[in-house]
Design a protein around this ligand. Structure first.
Ligand code: KIV
Ligand code: ZN
Length: 517
């Protein structure tokens, strides 16, 4: 049996630090359930001290997850640790993850603390966390730019204080594979008690080395990899979960390690994340990108027909992408549609199947042939509707100068209609949405692309919208690109409205006006 490496997923915490990728509580729960199905060992759900919404998100994920451990992040401060402990109360297998920086540059300019003070704070934080939960992880932030002998000292102190996992992160994405391999070897060899804990590696992708560094760290003795779906995260992102998992599986001959992840759930997890955050998956993204298994050149296609192994190092089915893309049309019927959804790995409720069928018929009418990628978009859209605040019922635009738009939104049983003028149809429709909802945003990014080939393709729109000092991403799909754009805008607006309402709700709860659910 190959030696196991634990997969610590931080999509809901470090991943959420991607600009505009914030997730509300329902989105976090939905993703956490998928991550649990994917088979990760740990789900880091958030940083509870950051906001009431973060606290609620962690609390709800902790209650919803059945198999994986659920982690919450805390600085090495009493109030952070106690808040993280409280958010994890309902978790079956809680992990309190506390951290403090150990590099001289962070000590001098950020913390303004001496090495001795940081050492003491690290030990105190771990001991306090250990009093609240059975499993504690300690991270030495900016470890790869820290003095190795000081890292050995910090590791000794936190192990003595009760840490179960010691993480040595490459916080700024600066290290190289050779260097990180040696760093782990050095610390593990020299820190007393190192054999009693699991060493973890957490890498950022600023130089595009995050996956390579994670694998090298495992060669150096780490037995836990921290990573995110689609590699999302602060700046250039984190180690990409799907890449590191498939590198271990595909090059098992080289690494000799494995993990518990069910690789067939990789593509569904990636698509769900994209839908929930509004972050598009680059077409050339390894493993999960649309082109990851597409063979364009004639020579390659010829080789593939003779034997897929000529140009394919992994079978697409092993990562959850179906090779056969048999087309559905409007005569396929409800049973055919339901069967295809099941083959694609979706479990839909009766209500969702009904909604999906209605939307499928509209799409099949407009587009004649519906591919699996179209279906993925429709299914995720239907599932997203369960969580939306406002639903876009109708948008009608007229070009010209100025352009005009009429928008109809509904919220529960209530419907709202408004019109607006603007610099173009999208601008006019966004203004009409804002007039109905009563918020004001600035469209900072706007991208449209086709889901599948052909002039009648489903268009996917991705937006990044700024509301004051907060940014939210949104996405939407339709054969009408203006409708796709407005759906995307409404989904970003919905996230902001959910945030505003959660703040009011928490304030009301604090005053005793609203009971906890
Ligand atoms: O990058 C980093 O150092 C982190 C720590 C908090 C683990 O995200
Ligand atoms: Zn990080």
């Amino acid at each position: 049996m190959p030696e196991q490496v634990r997969i610590f997923d931080t999509t809901l915490r470090d991943g959420e630090q991607s600009p505009g990728a914030s997730m509300d509580e329902s989105a976090k729960v939905r993703l956490a359930i998928q991550l649990d199905r994917l088979g990760v060992d740990v789900i880091e759900a958030g940083f509870p001290i950051a906001s009431n919404q973060e606290f609620e998100g962690v609390r709800r994920v902790a209650e919803a997850v059945k198999h994986a451990q659920v982690a919450a992040l805390a600085r090495a401060l009493d109030k952070d640790i106690d808040t993280a402990g409280a958010a994890l109360k309902g978790a079956a297998r809680p992990v309190l993850h506390t951290f403090i920086a150990t590099s001289d540059i962070h000590l001098e300019h950020k913390l303004r603390m001496s090495r001795g003070e940081v050492l003491a704070a690290a030990g105190r934080a771990v001991a306090r966390a250990k009093g609240l939960v059975p499993v504690v992880e300690f991270s030495a932030e900016d470890a790869t730019r820290s003095d190795w002998d000081y890292l050995v000292e910090v590791t000794r102190v936190v192990i003595a204080a009760g840490a179960d996992v010691v993480n040595l992160p490459d916080t700024v994405g600066y290290t190289t594979p050779d260097e990180i391999r040696e760093m782990f070897r050095y610390v593990i060899k020299n820190a007393p008690g190192a054999d009693k804990v699991v060493f973890s590696t957490h890498n950022h992708n600023d130089l595009g080395l995050a996956v390579a560094n994670a694998l090298a760290a495992v060669e150096g003795g780490a037995r836990q990899i921290e990573c995110t779906i689609n590699g999302i995260g602060e700046r250039a992102g984190n180690t990409s979960l799907e890449e590191v998992v498939m590198a271990m599986r595909t090059r098992h001959d080289k690494y000799g390690f494995d993990c518990r992840v069910t690789s067939e759930e990789l593509v569904p997890s990636s698509m769900l994340l994209s839908k929930v955050t509004g972050l598009a998956i680059p077409f050339n993204k390894p493993i999960v990108g649309r082109n990851a298994f597409a063979h364009e050149s004639g020579i390659h296609q010829h080789g593939m027909i003779a034997n897929a192994r000529t140009y394919e190092i992994m079978a697409p089915e092993t990562v959850g992408r179906k090779r056969s893309d048999l087309i559905l049309g409007k005569h396929s019927g409800k049973a055919g549609l339901a069967k295809r959804c099941a083959e694609l790995g979706y479990e839909l409720t009766e209500e969702e199947t009904k909604q999906l069928y209605d939307q499928f018929i509209i799409l099949a009418d407009r587009k004649k042939e519906v591919f699996n990628d179209d279906l993925h978009m429709l299914i995720l859209g239907v599932q997203q509707e369960t969580f939306e605040v406002y639903h876009l019922d109708q948008v009608r635009c007229a070009g010209g100068d100025p352009a005009m738009a009429l928008v109809k939104l509904s919220r529960g049983e209530d419907t709202f209609t408004d019109t607006s003028v603007g610099d173009g149809p999208v601008d006019a429709a966004c203004m009409a949405v804002e007039r109905i909802v009563g918020v004001s945003g600035r469209l900072e990014q706007f991208e449209i692309r086709a889901t599948t080939p052909g002039k009648d393709a489903l268009g996917e729109a991705y937006v990044l919208v700024r509301f004051g000092d907060r940014t939210y991403r949104g996405n939407g799909a339709s054969t009408d690109i203006i409708e796709a754009a407005i759906k995307a805008y409404v989904s970003a607006v919905n996230k902001y409205v959910a945030y505003l309402e959660s703040q009011n709700l928490v304030a009301a709860r604090k005053n005793g006006a609203v009971a906890d659910e």
